[in-house]
Design a protein around this ligand. Structure first.
Ligand code: ASP
Length: 716
């Protein structure tokens, strides 16, 4: 009877909630007024979400480097992701104090450690500056001049705004390419400290294996604190600084959230491409994503092979492999998404429909009649020359040594253009330090064994290109060294002869801002010379295309507005956005259902001492059923992660997941594999994002870290 009753209640609940649909959209603040959030399930006053004339929810949201976070106390305590704080913990770890493995907990404020280089920012206000940014562009037909004008206008606006708003940082963001620009004023927080970062085995449980994967069991959260100068102004690290008092902080809902509940996120999603034309999709699906994911797979395999049986090399490659693996897995997920949805074709069909609509209306035709055709004309060579241009993009990227050789050649060419003695002196005193900075950046990544193989691979690939993709410099190289073995031998000999890998020599050469470096006879500079000429030519053509597209895409967006008869929202661009939806499971694959919650039982089950290592204390607590006595006694297991159908992307990491009352119930940290396609298209069926459940955060704080002071600061 009880079971039947439960089923009926569950069905009823489903009926109640099933007409609640999440919406595609990373809505900018200006769009909130157009949403019926009460109907969607929001219980708080929508004005309390964003109120330009008063304090609102957005005042609790903070950009944390490239991630997002939220204030959870009156004293500047921020919750974000473990992976967003990881680099800062790594920076203070060594073999004696290995905080990466043990976790880091400041027992009091004095023990909090600087997260060196981390800057946080809060959106203070914004204003549409489109007409100022586009001023003058109507009078030029030159695409490069158009880009120059836009850049100059943006510079002038930001300079003026920065002057008028001391203490704030003003930035102009492009919302719709070539059409809409918004000025954002940010309050900066430059002294940020580590408060609690869990052990890696909690914060990154499952590591790369579980990355972009559901079911997930990761405690991907961390706590930081922002400080300001005693007078409240932003200031760099100083022990006399005081905790920042946010205008608003989030209350924690210790009861957490349930399946089908309304949730929303405010955060800083990085980049999406949904407003791009169909040809852009074709380029990404057929060339860019595949090229990069194949190349990164090759790089990972090569690094693994080179470090086989060499522990120190393994450690050296670990971070790089992690970065590459994160991207290649994401891109494979995207490619799967493209295929499954037939996305490029779908875009082409939509675009053709829009074009037919425009052509059928006299007025619209006169304004936008040529836009789609012009875009396609511009994209035709971008697509047909993609293999060559991708080679141009990556040949220097895989080899810091060659990159430095190419930079020397480029600077030398620019220097030779400068005629008067006076200008030459000015050039050297400005540019040689730039070259030196570049060297300092590249030198640490130079890796002869890897680079030899990588240059060889890219040259071999490029030697196969045909037609307009042919690279003359590579053809000439192949003529001189006709076999693959001969080419490998030649590349090896460069590393034997070069001085670029000799740090002492190079820093000496670059020390005095003289032109001596341009006299360097080096095989990498020599190889880069003809290649640079072709790359620079291709770059100049790209610039013209970019300028032309800039003008066309603004009109493309207008045409789309006319066709859809509604305004649509701009792509993510690193500015503050709102997204809402529901806690929901889904069917990622045919015949497979994924429930929306994972539990501590699942964490324990996964342990294998390889990919899933577990702290003894967690096992002990679980064995003792000490899974959270005071927050939710009705639960028989502790929720760890949960899924929801919100529209998120990279940059949303660390974003607070809030319930209908605006209280914190989770910390967003990832997406399911099928949701990696979000950057191009969101869909209720496959777009699921992943948060760490606040109940797990509290449990780890209480039981594992014994951080009662952090809990009580949050009012718990
Ligand atoms: N893991 C991502 C981030 O670091 C989040 C995502 O891509 O969904 O921002």
């Amino acid at each position: 009877m009880k079971r039947i009753l439960l089923t009926i209640t569950a069905c009823f609940a489903w009926l109640l909630f099933s007409n609640h649909k999440a919406d595609e959209g990373m809505f900018p603040l200006s769009e909130l007024k157009n949403l019926d959030l009460k109907k969607a399930g929001l219980r708080m006053d929508p004005l309390a979400l964003y109120n330009p004339n008063g304090i609102s929810q957005i005042d609790a949201i903070v950009r944390v480097g490239g991630c997002t976070g939220s204030f959870v106390s009156n004293d500047g305590l921020i919750v974000t992701n473990h992976h967003c704080a990881f680099g800062f913990v790594a920076a203070i770890s060594d073999t004696i104090n290995n905080y990466i493995n043990t976790g880091f907990l400041a027992k009091d404020r004095a023990a909090e450690v600087e997260a060196k280089g981390l800057v946080c920012k809060i959106t203070a206000s914004y204003a549409d500056v489109s007409s100022d940014v586009l001023m003058g562009t109507q009078s030029t037909a030159d695409p490069v001049e158009r880009l120059r004008m836009i850049a100059a206008n943006i510079k002038a606006i930001t300079e003026k705004e920065n002057k008028a708003n001391p203490g704030l940082q003003c930035e102009v963001s492009e919302m719709f390419t070539g059409k809409t620009y918004v000025l954002f004023r940010y309050q900066l927080l430059k002294d940020v400290r580590l408060v609690y970062v869990p052990a890696r085995s909690i914060g990154e449980y499952g590591g790369e294996k579980d990355n972009w994967v559901w079911p997930r069991h990761s405690g991907d959260f961390a706590f930081l604190r922002a400080y300001v100068a005693p007078d409240g102004t932003p200031a760099g690290f100083n022990k006399n600084n005081i905790p920042y008092q946010p205008k608003k902080f989030l209350k924690v809902n210790v009861k957490g959230i349930n399946e089908n509940d309304f949730v929303f996120i405010l955060g800083y999603p990085g980049r999406t491409f949904r407003n791009q034309p169909a040809a852009f999709y074709e380029y990404h699906e057929s060339y860019m994503l595949k090229y990069i994911s194949d190349l990164y797979d090759w790089q990972i395999a090569k690094m693994e092979a080179l470090s086989e049986g060499n522990e120190s090399l393994k450690i050296k490659y670990a971070g790089k492999i992690k970065q590459l693996a994160n991207v290649t897995k994401n891109y494979k997920g995207k490619l799967q998404g493209f295929r499954r949805v037939g996305l490029t074709q779908k875009k082409k069909t939509e675009e053709a429909e829009m074009n037919a609509f425009i052509q059928a209306n006299k007025d619209l035709k006169s304004q936008y009649g040529g836009v789609v055709a012009d875009i396609n004309k511009l994209y035709a060579p971008i697509i047909s020359e993609a293999p060559r241009n991708l080679f141009f993009d990556f040949i220097y990227n895989v080899s810091p040594t060659l990159q430095m050789g190419a930079a020397i050649d480029n600077y030398k060419a620019a220097f030779n253009e400068v005629k008067s003695k006076q200008e030459q002196a000015a050039f050297l005193s400005k540019q040689i330090p730039n070259l030196k900075n570049l060297y300092n950046r590249l030198a640490g990544n130079m890796d002869i064994a890897f680079e030899k193989e990588a240059i060889h691979k890219l040259i071999e690939d490029a030697s196969q290109l045909s037609g307009s993709n042919k690279v003359k410099a590579i053809e000439d190289f192949v003529k001189k060294f006709p076999s693959s073995e001969a080419r490998a031998k030649e590349i090896n000999s460069w590393f034997a002869k070069t001085k670029i890998t000799d740090g002492k020599f190079m820093l000496n050469l670059l020390a005095d801002s003289s032109k001596a470096v341009f006299g360097l006879k080096d095989p990498f500079v020599a190889f880069a010379n003809p290649l640079n000429k072709e790359i620079n030519e291709a770059d100049a053509v790209d610039k013209i295309r970019e300028g032309s597209l800039n003008g066309l895409l603004g009109r493309y967006a207008d045409a789309k507005n006319a066709f859809k008869q509604k305004q649509f929202i701009p792509d993510a661009n690193g500015t503050l956005r709102f997204t809402y939806g529901y806690v929901r499971g889904y069917n990622p694959n045919d015949g497979e259902y994924n429930a929306p919650f994972t539990t501590l039982g699942g964490v324990i089950e996964k342990e294998d001492n390889k990919d899933y290592e577990l702290l003894a204390v967690i096992k002990e607590l679980y064995a003792a059923k000490d899974i959270d006595p005071y927050m939710h006694p009705a639960l028989n297991d502790l929720p760890i992660n949960f899924l929801y159908n919100l529209d998120t992307t990279g940059g949303n990491s660390g974003s607070p997941v809030m319930d209908a009352d605006g209280n914190l119930v989770g910390v967003n940290f990832d997406r399911a594999y099928t949701a990696t396609i979000n950057d191009y298209a969101w869909n209720e069926a496959y777009s699921r994002s992943v948060a760490v459940d606040i109940r797990y955060v509290l449990w780890v704080l209480k039981k594992v870290a014994k951080a009662d002071h952090v809990l009580s600061e949050m009012g718990i």
